[in-house]
Design a binder for this molecule. Structure first.
Ligand SMILES: *[C@@H]1O[C@H](CO)[C@@H](O)[C@H](O)[C@H]1NC(C)=O
Ligand SMILES: *[C@@H]1O[C@H](CO)[C@@H](O)[C@H](O)[C@H]1NC(C)=O
Ligand SMILES: *[C@@H]1O[C@H](CO)[C@@H](O)[C@H](O)[C@H]1NC(C)=O
Length: 355
């Protein structure tokens, strides 16, 4: 289907469609970003890298450690903070787990029986309105703690439920997720951030949803869209109907054409140690660096904001990062001190949703 194409020329443009979305002027295609969700970033040493404009951090790390937000803003007042959270599953470390989900009857099967490292994550019954309302409250929390946008993960559980699989335990369909994502987007776009913009919301992977939600969402976050590791970002099942193992960067040119950034993560196996999370000082191998960074048209990832991260499960997503940046292989490495004592901070009451 051919879609109308328009470019956002003006900074701070106001987008039409369902809601008027006010976007920070520096939220542009190709903007430099960093993602650290493995643990809370250290608020003392300089940020790595100091010139990343967009930061994608775990919502509950931010909620537990508000100093993170001031640390980012002191470095650059125009930092755009995206807060990652798990929208499709719930896990024990989530601040609202005990107060809401644990005994709700709204949690289904584990993420993937074949990936026991994720056994404390269970699929949410996103057909249930109470579940949707609780997820929307996570979005409100993101606004309240100073995030500029949200990165809701795992919006494609329907792949687990195809061909009679019922992998989530809720028999969820693609339509269920489309309506879920639309509801989340409407909620986010109804919120005004502390910096007086609209709370932005992104699409995480799920290339087959672009045609239904790609006009509504403000950016995308992709994992392994080149399929260099032989699996799509879905990382879910063996269904071939959805072509999960095929590269899917090109589908997200839909965002680029509309002036909306696409943040992509590639996971070269030579960048670091997936068990210790340690970074190779020399970065990924030359071949993997080049394959990950190649943005020739055929790859479909032109104008994406790309980071290289350690491969491991869905990736460690700690501070170890290599940028493409037109640098030679072996450069562009940054290592963020991620082992912060602040991880022990308790959940603030507003994050538990108990009140
Ligand atoms: C949704 O889940 C809540 C909490 O378990 C339950 O009380 C409610 O009846 C469910 N709604 C529907 C329509 O099943
Ligand atoms: C899916 O699995 C759940 C949990 O095992 C079960 O209660 C439900 O009946 C199943 N639904 C279908 C359509 O198989
Ligand atoms: C917030 O932005 C809107 C739209 O640009 C503007 O009308 C309003 O005055 C701003 N409010 C504050 C408190 O700056």
């Amino acid at each position: 289907m051919k879609r109308a194409v328009f470019l956002l020329a003006a900074a701070s443009a106001i987008r039409g469609s369902l809601a008027q979305v006010r976007v920070p002027p520096n939220f542009e295609v190709g903007v430099k970003w960093q993602i650290v969700i493995q643990s809370t970033i250290d608020v003392n040493p300089p940020l790595e890298p100091a010139d990343a404009v967009v930061w994608d951090l775990d919502l509950y790390h931010v909620a537990r450690t508000p100093e993170v937000v001031s640390h980012l803003r002191e470095n650059n007042p125009n930092t755009i903070l995206i807060c990652y959270f798990n929208a499709g599953l719930t896990q024990k470390s989530d601040c609202d787990y005990e107060t809401r989900w644990e005994k709700s009857g709204l949690l289904g099967n584990v993420y993937d029986p074949e990936e026991p490292q994720f056994d404390d994550e269970r699929w949410v019954n996103i057909k249930n309105q109470t579940a949707r309302d609780w997820i929307k409250e996570r979005i409100t929390l993101a606004r309240d703690v100073g995030c500029d946008g949200v990165d809701p993960d795992n919006i494609d559980g329907y792949h687990n439920d195809e061909d009679g699989n019922n992998g989530t335990g809720w028999d969820l369909s693609r339509d269920d997720y489309v309506s879920f994502v639309r509801e989340l987007a409407e909620h986010a776009h109804g919120l005004t951030t502390k910096r007086n913009y609209t709370l932005l919301i992104g699409q995480k992977n799920a290339p087959d949803l672009v045609e239904d939600v790609g006009d509504l969402l403000d950016f995308a976050v992709l994992e392994d869209c080149k399929s260099l590791n032989g699996g799509g970002g879905d990382d879910d099942d063996d269904n071939d109907d959805n072509n999960d193992d095929a590269p899917f960067c090109g589908e997200f040119q839909h965002y680029i054409e509309r002036g909306r950034p696409v943040f992509s993560i590639e996971y070269p196996s030579t960048l670091g140690d997936d068990e210790t999370g340690e970074c190779n000082a020399g970065g990924a191998s030359k071949a993997q660096y080049e394959a990950s960074c190649d943005a020739s048209t055929a790859r479909g990832n032109s104008d994406f904001s790309t980071v290289l991260k350690i491969q491991g499960g869905v990736g460690e997503l700690n501070g170890c990062t290599q940028y493409c940046d037109g640098l030679q292989p072996g450069t562009g490495i940054v290592v963020t001190a991620t082992d912060s004592e602040l991880d022990g901070n308790e959940c603030p009451p507003e994050a538990t949703g108990s009140s």
